[in-house]
Design a protein around this ligand. Structure first.
Ligand SMILES: Cc1cc2nc3c(=O)[nH]c(=O)nc-3n(C[C@H](O)[C@H](O)[C@H](O)COP(=O)(O)O)c2cc1C
Length: 184
């Protein structure tokens, strides 16, 4: 499979990146192709909500930034990873901005016109709370809705709490992440 990770965190080597890298290493070990896009290093503007991308004969978003690179990677991917620290029970702003801009692609699986149909979605998330499941259910519900509307398959969550110790000092968590990646 082609796996594309959209990394929404601010720290290239922080907790979330460390957890994501284990998932990607696991995926590489079983022959999957992986790509990581660090959104913090890219110019991804918020969606303007102008709907120009949905007009007849539209050729995409009117904004000129790095989003075409993201959308090309999303189109190529069989599996998308949203990798983000939990910010106020949610994705970070940069990742949410990129997801909003998915609007420029066809996304309605009900009408049979979804660029996402058949893809898989995995969430890789760290949070301060030791029990990262505490408070994550709202976001999971949203992502599951997104999956069913766009025709993606929900693959669940790889997660870690970081208040007690950074991810790099949690060998069980790192092993579980690598095993999940290998089993994708
Ligand atoms: C702006 C902001 C909002 C946060 N919101 C939450 C939250 O809602 N719940 C939580 O458990 N931790 C929250 N945290 C803690 C981070 O999710 C946690 O420290 C995470 O592991 C940081 O990952 P990083 O090292 O990849 O940046 C927040 C941190 C910041 C900076």
């Amino acid at each position: 499979m082609n796996i594309c990770a959209l990394f929404g965190g601010p720290h290239a080597k922080g907790n979330t990146a460390t957890l994501l890298e284990e998932v990607l290493k696991g995926a590489n070990s079983t022959g999957h192709e992986t790509k990581r896009l660090d959104l913090k290093d890219m110019d991804i503007q918020p969606c303007k909500g102008c709907l120009a991308c949905k007009k007849p004969h539209a050729t995409g978003c009117v904004q000129k930034d790095d989003m075409p690179q993201v959308l090309a990677a999303v189109r190529e991917a069989d599996l998308l990873i949203f990798a983000t620290p939990m910010y106020w029970w949610n994705l970070t702003g940069p990742l949410k901005n990129a997801v909003d801009r998915f609007f420029a692609l066809p996304f309605n699986a009900v009408s049979g016109e979804s660029a996402f149909a058949g893809k898989k979605l995995l969430l890789v998330m760290t949070s301060g709370q030791p029990s990262a499941s505490d408070g994550r259910e709202g976001l999971e519900l949203i992502l599951k809705k997104m999956c069913s509307f766009t025709g993606m398959q929900w693959c669940g969550v790889v997660t870690a709490g970081t208040n007690a110790a950074p991810v790099s000092q949690q060998p069980d968590v790192l092993l579980a992440a690598r095993q999940t990646g290998a089993a994708l």
